[in-house]
Write a protein that binds this ligand. Structure first.
Ligand code: COI
Length: 355
């Protein structure tokens, strides 16, 4: 990678208190950037001091939201190694999102080498602490100054690093969720399967209303009939019903989560029956009435595993697993974080070591 230019910061920042990181509030000393133009393609890969970027007020991303992003985490294992969890999947998904948003494809191996170098340079920002990690946020924005609605001719890719704690203040403790029937997050043919800012912008209003009513998360239903379960908050969702684990199939309107895929592989390796299919709220409510809804949990890079202790659907309030963290959610959390931190065997070869 002889084209990577590095400019080190002369002004290193003070590190935050690892006991009080929250999520995405602090940023490391450097960032990776790369530019795209029609003539040169992706070019000018560099690591520079973290700081504000200059954008033309007419930059297309500011008006029409042509943007994609990813979320990954770096960990320091007990033997001192720095590792990533399945980065190939994130980078593939970044390109799938690019494809949906008409953004030019990025060379995944160049990006992986570039962000690995960035993490090496800022490795002192990997926070110690059980639930802490260095969150990696790659994103691409449309930078062409133009108000026409079309694909931009120029883009900027940036990777920033943030030492984080648990995404939800509840951590591995159960969250209460509100089943959203008024707003939708995504619909068939839309951008629900892409990691793009507009999906998240569309979710904020419902999230705020749920919070006001005392719920910490929103469970999204399908955008056509408001009948079938899609995602919860910014995570994929799983239910254990009468011994079987069910998760919504990748219909095109939900995100193909890396943690989701890992959970399915782990459950199958443990001999648990997992099904990817449509699940209606009616089916879940009926299972709950019969005492068969044993567990529910969300999965995501930021949140890892987030157990669901209760669900509000219309007038029905359903308590799940007695409002406690279910056995399966706990085992999945321990296994995934154990693999990520090098405390457990990695039978699937998910760990990528940064040299
Ligand atoms: C992640 O889990 O990495 C996400 O991107 C969710 C996020 C919106 C915080």
């Amino acid at each position: 990678m002889d084209t990577l230019h590095i400019e080190l910061s002369q002004n290193l920042k003070e590190k935050p208190d690892v006991n009080n990181l929250g999520f995405g509030k602090f940023f490391s000393d450097h960032m990776l950037t790369m530019d795209y133009s029609l003539d040169a393609g992706w070019h000018d890969l560099k690591i520079i001091p973290y700081g504000p970027i200059s954008l033309d007020p007419s930059a297309m991303v500011l008006h029409y939201g042509q943007e994609v992003f990813e979320g990954m985490k770096a960990y320091r294992t007990s033997s001192g190694e720095i590792v990533l969890f399945r980065p190939d999947m994130n980078l593939k998904r970044l390109n799938k999102s690019c494809e949906r948003l008409s953004i030019p494809q990025v060379d995944e191996s160049i990006l992986l080498q570039g962000l690995s170098k960035l993490i090496r340079i800022d490795e002192s920002w990997i926070p110690s602490g059980e639930e802490n990690a260095l969150y990696i946020r790659p994103f691409i924005i449309a930078t062409e100054p133009c108000l026409g609605v079309r694909a931009s001719h120029t883009y900027k890719l940036i990777v920033i690093l943030s030492p984080v704690g648990s995404y939800y203040p509840e951590g591995i403790h159960p969250v209460s969720i509100y089943v959203e029937q008024r707003y939708v997050r995504a619909f068939r043919g839309g951008t629900g399967a892409a990691k793009t800012s507009s999906n998240y912008a569309a979710s904020i209003k419902a999230q705020e209303e749920a919070k006001t009513s005392g719920y910490s998360q929103v469970l999204w239903l399908d955008g056509v009939e408001s009948k079938y379960v899609e995602e919860v908050g910014s995570m994929n969702v799983f239910f254990k019903v009468n011994g079987e684990v069910i998760t919504p199939a990748l219909s095109g309107s939900i995100l193909a989560g890396v943690t989701r895929d890992s959970v399915i592989a782990l459950l199958q390796s443990w001999g648990v029956h997992v099904t990817e299919r449509k699940i209606s709220m009616e089916e879940l409510a009926e299972a709950h009435r019969q005492g068969l809804l044993e567990e529910a949990f969300g999965t995501g890079t930021a949140a890892v595993i987030s157990p669901i202790g209760s669900m509000r659907w219309g007038e029905a309030e359903m308590t799940i697993a007695g409002g406690h963290t279910g056995e399966l959610a706990r085992k999945l959390f321990d296994t995934i974080t154990g693999i990520q931190r090098g405390q457990q065997e990695d039978p699937f070869g998910w760990i990528y070591s940064i040299r």
